[in-house]
Design a binder for this molecule. Structure first.
Ligand code: NAG
Ligand code: NAG
Length: 282
């Protein structure tokens, strides 16, 4: 008994101090460590980010660490969580500039460096931190309650493209908030509570995805919705939004049935007329 326990005890004694010295978060942690330089770079993206200013020797920081990691996991990258070791010589001055006076200090940057940070003063639990951060995303999404509101809303800023998320739930999904926050200086975002999907049905748009969430785009000045057919994930949706903003996306309204058929027929006619061989034979 004694012999088998001994190596374990020894190992623990050797490993523990090195764990503490290595900082509060491992390389594999969903919480990324930043320094003064990488902080600047991270904040250049206009997204809501949370930063914990910590010191490895601080007990409250060590208690916070697992809760903070849980919050990061819940956000799954949509709201990144960072930590800065203010005890490191290279970061000391920077932490001072950020107004850090005690550890841990948790700050939320609502929109990269485009808006002043907000201090977290709540409970140091993942649940409290998560719901607080969730409520701090300045998404500016217009809540539309009826189909009749859409046209008015689209016409109010006809110089910009518009995007609406249709959902049978009244809650706006995190992904939509995060995307709106990042791009709302170039595009207007809305959320339509489409109970029972009746509004979508009325549009007569073809939807093969069978997804509960649907995204509609409107070209600047247009009140004709175009269904987004890509994946409802951050990367794919962002890429499409960027192409809409640049005016490179195809936003021609496509209705199901008759119209799409006639379009194909038109194309066939064009090819036939343009075919020199065919003309010669005629
Ligand atoms: C961030 O927002 C500002 C102004 O709102 C804009 O000029 C800048 O291009 C945006 N940066 C990114 C990376 O989207
Ligand atoms: C509405 O949005 C939520 C959150 O994204 C999603 O889980 C749900 O499937 C959507 N549709 C319905 C019918 O609630």
């Amino acid at each position: 008994m004694l012999f088998s326990r001994l190596p374990v005890l020894l190992l623990t004694a050797v490993l523990l101090p090195s764990l503490v010295e290595a900082g509060l978060f491992f390389k594999s942690s969903p919480v990324k460590m930043l320094d003064a330089k990488s902080f600047k770079k991270a904040l250049r993206e206009n997204q809501t980010s949370v930063v914990a200013f910590v010191a490895p020797w601080c007990g409250h920081c060590r208690n916070l660490a697992p809760e903070y990691e849980k919050t990061a996991k819940s956000f799954n990258g949509l709201v990144p969580l960072y930590a800065i070791d203010c005890d490191a010589q290279a970061n000391k001055q920077f932490c001072g500039q950020q107004g850090v006076q005690g550890f841990p200090t948790v700050k939320l940057f609502p929109r990269g460096n485009q808006a002043p940070p907000v201090d977290y003063r709540g409970e140091r639990t993942s649940k409290a931190l998560f719901s607080w951060a969730m409520g701090q995303i300045p998404h500016g999404i217009k809540r539309l309650k009826a189909q009749s509101e859409i046209t008015k809303w689209v016409e109010q800023s006809s110089d910009k493209p518009h995007a609406i998320l249709l959902n049978t739930s009244t809650k706006i999904p995190l992904l939509w908030k995060v995307i709106a926050n990042k791009y709302n200086h170039r595009m207007k975002f809305g959320n339509l509570h489409d109970e029972g999907g009746s509004y979508f049905e009325g549009l007569g748009l073809e939807d093969s995805s069978k997804s509960d969430n649907k995204v509609l785009f409107f070209a600047p000045g247009s009140t004709e919705p175009v269904l987004y057919e890509g994946t409802l994930k951050q990367k794919e949706l962002s890429e499409f939004i960027v192409s809409v903003i640049k005016g490179k996306a195809d936003l021609t309204p496509r209705k199901k049935g008759v119209e799409s058929d006639s379009r194909e027929t038109e194309q066939v006619f064009e090819t036939l007329e343009d075919d020199p061989v065919l003309h010669e034979e005629l």
